[in-house]
Design a protein around this ligand. Structure first.
Ligand SMILES: Cc1ncc(C[n+]2csc(CCOP(=O)(O)OP(=O)(O)O)c2C)c(N)n1
Ligand code: SF4
Ligand SMILES: [Mg+2]
Length: 342
């Protein structure tokens, strides 16, 4: 056990030091019906591989529930339970509290069991935001909430969510002849919001399946540190984003290399960039966002003006935010200047 007391004991899950050190056992196997090239399915596989066999997984409604639980077939080797679309936070907290109570009463062998609740962006960034927030304030219960973000309500045919990028073509925002851009809101900043708004949540991270070992190591850190933790993964979705499935891995990389989706972790309030995002922070040029956007049919209607707007918003994240690409606060002097004060 990694921690000192029974009540907050966690498993010892050290980082995999390279691909050759990754364990061979799989706990999300064949038997699912996700689309070819589905990166959210890859995230499920990596997530539970990193966690290991003594793990309970709870999943809110969405593709990762529906496509993974056809009658009498399931890819899950560990115990798995469905929870309502907005309930990943409540499911994580309730399961963790239930295990703790059963162990304290001697009704279960006392051992650290990983509790992971996953949700999609519709279930997490929109409908279940309140329950996730509440769970992240309960430092006495260990759990990981992982939001797999395919940037739409994919399971019900690609409706836009609070996590859908500006301008994307979804079934709720098809470009028209009068209005080309039907979705004009900028995507929510989930990981930054969770980190900034929950001072006692010890660990928040962003991940992408294109960087599998790093992704698994963030899961292991989140589970081993104790208390409630949150991970946001960006998952290319061939159906919703409208591209050839063979591009999934490359699109994940491009999301990072363009600076649209930064990779970082926040542990006990300290921000640490990693991977290619760290290289950008250290001076490597970001690739133009058009290299990412124009590979996807959902942005096929974009004009030069739209591409320019998108690029300017991403530039702003990197050049104007107090913690670049993490938290959208401005420096105090800039804020005062904006208010006309000196
Ligand atoms: C309360 C509630 N409203 C609506 C639905 C219908 N519904 C099922 S899955 C889903 C989409 C969920 O989107 P997301 O959480 O992003 O997961 P994804 O399907 O993209 O994997 C919706 C709207 C539901 N199951 N429950
Ligand atoms: S619609 Fe997208 S998220 Fe859903 S199974 Fe297909 S690729 Fe995966
Ligand atoms: Mg979704």
């Amino acid at each position: 056990m990694a921690e000192t007391t029974f009540s907050n004991a966690t498993q010892v899950l050290e980082a995999f030091r390279g691909i050759k050190k990754v364990t061979l056992e799989e706990y999300f196997t064949s038997g699912h019906r996700t689309c070819q090239g589905c990166e959210s399915a890859l995230i499920m596989k990596l997530m539970v591989k990193a966690a290991g066999p003594r793990t309970i997984v709870l999943g809110s409604t969405g593709c990762m529930y529906v496509a993974n639980t056809t009658y009498y077939t399931t890819p899950w080797v560990v115990p798995w339970m469905h929870t309502q679309l907005g309930s990943s936070g409540s499911a994580a907290l309730g399961t963790s509290a239930g295990l703790k109570a059963l162990m304290a009463k001697g009704k279960m062998k006392a051992e650290p069991i990983n509790v992971i609740a996953f949700c999609g962006d519709g279930g997490g960034a929109d409908m279940g935001l309140g329950a996730i927030s509440a769970t992240l304030t309960h430092k006495e219960y260990n759990s990981l909430i992982l939001m797999y973000d395919n940037e739409s309500y994919a399971n019900t045919d690609i409706q836009l969510s609070g996590s859908t990028p500006y301008g994307a073509n979804t079934t709720f925002s098809p470009p028209g002849s009068v209005h080309r851009i039907m979705h004009k809101r900028w995507k929510k900043n989930m990981a930054g919001m969770m980190a900034a708004g929950h001072p006692e949540c010890r660990y928040v991270a962003t991940v992408c399946g294109s960087y599998a070992v790093e992704m698994m190591n963030k899961v292991r850190r989140a589970l081993a540190i104790g208390g409630p933790t949150f991970i946001h993964s960006l998952d290319p979705c061939p159906k919703g984003w409208d591209y050839d499935p063979m591009l999934s891995h490359e699109l994940g990389e491009l999301a990072i290399e363009t600076g649209i989706f930064p990779l970082y972790e926040v542990e006990d309030g300290v921000v640490k960039y990693y991977g290619k995002t760290k290289a950008i922070v250290d001076g490597r040029a970001r690739k133009p966002v058009r290299e990412y956007l124009l590979k996807q049919g959902r942005f096929a209607h974009f004009t030069e003006e739209d591409l320019g707007y998108f690029q300017a918003k991403v530039d702003e994240m990197w050049e104007k935010w107090e913690i670049p690409a993490v938290v959208p606060f401005r420096r105090l002097d800039a804020a005062k200047a904006a208010l006309g004060k000196h």
